[in-house]
Design a protein around this ligand. Sequence first.
Ligand SMILES: Nc1ncnc2c1ncn2[C@@H]1O[C@H](COP(=O)(O)OP(=O)(O)O)[C@@H](O)[C@H]1O
Ligand SMILES: [Mg+2]
Length: 243
Amino acid sequence: MTVILETDNVVKTFGGLTAVDHVSISVQEGQIFGIIGPNGAGKTTFLNSIAGTYKPNGGHVHFLGQETTGLPSNIMCRRGMARTFQISQPFPKMTALENVLVSATFGNKPGAVRNPVHYAHEMLDFVEFPMPQNTPAQSLNTVQLKRLDLARALASKPRLLLLDELAAGLATGELGDLMDIIRKIRDSGVTIIMIEHIMRVIMGLCDHLAVIYYGEKIADGPTLEVAQNPKVAEAYLGEEYDL
Ligand SMILES: Nc1ncnc2c1ncn2[C@@H]1O[C@H](COP(=O)(O)OP(=O)(O)O)[C@@H](O)[C@H]1O
Ligand SMILES: [Mg+2]
């Protein structure tokens, strides 16, 4: 198995607060790697420290065999790392297609996408975008925006896709469809790291879990093993929670 991403003791502080405290993970190519933990644990900050949104204050990040610690997000994107945000961040006045076109045009190495318009259409079809592709992003609802987020991320042809609570805000009936699309992305050869809270999504998709609690990684292993770890159940879900 090939390691696609490795973090070694990554630290991120905000003033006196250590939001990410020496977190090390190793993600294998082809995995769906879940990151779980309570609100405010540092999950998003950790993702931001990998993807170039933040420069870590300590530690190292290796992606596709090269050190990428502290490289900005535009470089990380062109090196094959794409992400979605906890709250969708489309260009609101542009259409869905134009939003994806931005990524297909600028998110890749020059020449990697021969026909960006065609490719943007293809990506919206791939995520089964449920609206006309010329709908302005500002008139999309949460479900439609999540699909758009995925299409935009995929249009940069990532090797690794980071998803930050993609399923949050969706009705139960919509989760199955979203899970099918995430599996389809994985089957197309893209490795996935996902921050997730919804147990059905975590247990149904993730091969491996890392648990972050007050900035520190407290468990890491195959999903079933981690889910049955009493320390995790207590820290993350409360003593009463029954998995
Ligand atoms: N830009 C920031 N400036 C200051 N504090 C931040 C910033 N981003 C996150 N934090 C703090 O870092 C901690 C971890 O936040 P976050 O990574 O968003 O947690 P999670 O994604 O696990 O809910 C929280 O205490 C949060 O308030
Ligand atoms: Mg978060």
